[in-house]
Design a protein around this ligand. Structure first.
Ligand SMILES: Cc1cc2nc3c(=O)[nH]c(=O)nc-3n(C[C@H](O)[C@H](O)[C@H](O)COP(=O)(O)OP(=O)(O)OC[C@H]3O[C@@H](n4cnc5c(N)ncnc54)[C@H](O)[C@@H]3O)c2cc1C
Length: 452
């Protein structure tokens, strides 16, 4: 098969790329989206069937299209959902919006390019020359493409322990991937649960338990013991950015941010004010400063930047106040089975003593932030061929400012792009929809120009 553009992946990044390509390619162009049909359009983020799993950004800022900010809200109104711009809608509803928007785009008669869906996984890829790549698909076919956009997302983080350190008897009590393993359906309402990680993934799991009427205790362990903070509704207006790219060393920047937040009527206005220049701030840091930020400040940044809906936060805090939920800061050291329960040994962050907790379940909520080349078979093969390189920070793949993949010799590949969380090393603020949709529009424009 020969096509003009191959989009690899079926999550938000792929949908946003396809929607933009529809507008800027000509009808003679051919595009294929290659991804498993199951969950197509939703990706990991918007596949959850649970009503309690909601967006962490209000609907008014979640349009799939950067140039049509009202697109999602218009759809919510047309569908008679009763939701508006300020609502944190269920993620499954947002996933439906993405699927329907893609399907509608593909039906449009004035469509630009002809878009085809291929229900397959890409197993390998070879670069033939500057103008062509060939993809080897799980259905045995080969797909030749002049341009490609890699949108395969991140990899779920594993437990911070090698699996061979976990006793086999303990594994039946373990959920390693909350998006693939519906462990809650196997649990009892009175079970004690340990969750490792205290970010948005943990909040989802706790609120799922709450929705079922869970009665057992929930122990949360994470390195810092920090919980995402709530949005304020209505939102306070962002203030002008209090930081300037490259102006100060990292430690001084963090101090400026803290001081401004303390002086502001509401700290969110300072964090939101920095948002438009977060990519530029990140790119102005040296590699050493980036690593230092990831080690020491990222956990604090995340709880202020990636917030939860106020009512979700209230529900979580209510469970904490009642004693059902406890949060501990520490490092997991060991996991084993004892007396029919799973037991975790951890080093307490505050007094540096080794302590233990036990439960019926240990649930890995350490999230999905990084795109690991070594754990992603396709990327591993592309890396072995020198077609891609890591970003040097262990976050994802190396790309240039236009999101072109960089080969192992550092040269940009004029025909192959990557999008979304995979490019976090370059852009940092590229995990959420409002940022990816801008990247997708830019990449689609570059692809269209190159095909003219
Ligand atoms: C649980 C969760 C909740 C989130 N909530 C929000 C939110 O409320 N608001 C917000 O703005 N952002 C949110 N985000 C972040 C954001 O929406 C995601 O970063 C974004 O959806 C990433 O999309 P993606 O397409 O790059 O990756 P993914 O969604 O991970 O999709 C990757 C796709 O690639 C496919 N794929 C993988 N390997 C191959 C292969 N070899 N061949 C073919 N296909 C392949 C997969 O099947 C999948 O379809 C959330 C993220 C998560 C994980």
């Amino acid at each position: 098969m020969q096509i003009d553009v191959a989009i690899i992946g079926g999550g938000f990044s792929a949908v946003a790329t396809a929607l933009n390509l529809m507008d800027c390619l000509s009808p003679s162009n051919t595009v294929a989206i290659v991804a498993p049909k199951k969950g197509l359009g939703r990706g990991v983020a918007f596949s959850s069937p649970e009503a309690s799993h909601r967006l962490n950004v209000p609907a008014g800022r979640m349009s799939a299209l950067a140039d049509r900010p009202e697109h999602l809200c218009d759809w919510l109104t047309r569908e008679g959902t009763g939701f508006g711009a300020e609502d944190f809608i269920p993620r499954r509803l947002y996933g439906l919006y993405l699927q329907e928007t893609l399907a509608e785009g593909m039906r449009r008669v004035d469509n630009g390019a002809c878009i085809e869906l291929i229900d397959a996984e890409v197993l390998d890829c070879e670069r033939l020359d500057d103008e062509e790549q060939v993809f080897y698909l799980s259905d045995g076919r080969r797909l030749r493409a002049r341009k490609s956009v890699l949108c395969i997302g991140g990899t779920p983080a594993g437990l911070p322990l090698p699996m061979d350190k976990i006793a086999p008897e303990a594994r039946g009590h373990l959920c390693l991937n909350v998006w693939a393993d519906r462990w809650i359906e196997r649990s009892d309402l009175g079970d004690d649960v340990m969750m490792l990680g205290s970010g948005l993934t943990m909040i989802d799991q706790v609120l799922s338990l709450r929705a079922r009427g869970h009665r057992g205790r929930i122990h949360i362990l994470s390195r810092h013991g920090l919980i995402p903070l709530p949005h304020l509704v209505p939102r306070t207006n962002p203030v002008g950015p209090v930081l300037e790219p490259g102006a100060k060393p990292l430690s001084a920047m963090m101090r400026t941010l803290r001081d401004a937040a303390a002086r502001a009527d509401d700290w969110r206005s300072v964090v939101d004010g920095v948002r438009p220049i977060t990519q530029a701030l990140w790119q102005a840091l040296s590699k050493t400063e980036k690593s230092r930020f990831l080690r020491h400040a990222n956990a604090w940044w995340n709880i202020h930047r990636h917030r939860v809906a106020p009512d979700m936060w209230d529900n979580f805090e209510e469970m904490r106040a009642s004693g059902q939920v406890t949060v501990t800061a520490g490092w997991l050291r060991d996991v084993y089975e004892a007396g029919g329960k799973i037991r975790a040994a951890y080093l307490d962050r505050h007094n540096r003593t080794l302590r233990q907790m036990s439960a019926d379940w240990l649930v890995n909520c350490t999230g999905m932030e990084r795109c690991s080349i070594s754990k992603t078979p396709l990327l591993k093969k592309m890396s072995a061929r020198g077609m891609i390189d890591g970003d040097g920070l262990g976050l994802g793949v190396a790309v240039d400012q236009d999101s072109r993949l960089l080969a192992s010799d550092g040269s940009p590949n004029a025909s192959a792009f990557a999008l979304g969380p995979m490019t976090i090393g370059r852009f940092f603020e590229i995990f959420a929809v409002p940022d990816i949709r801008v990247q997708a529009a830019n990449v689609a424009r570059l692809v269209a120009r190159a095909l003219m």
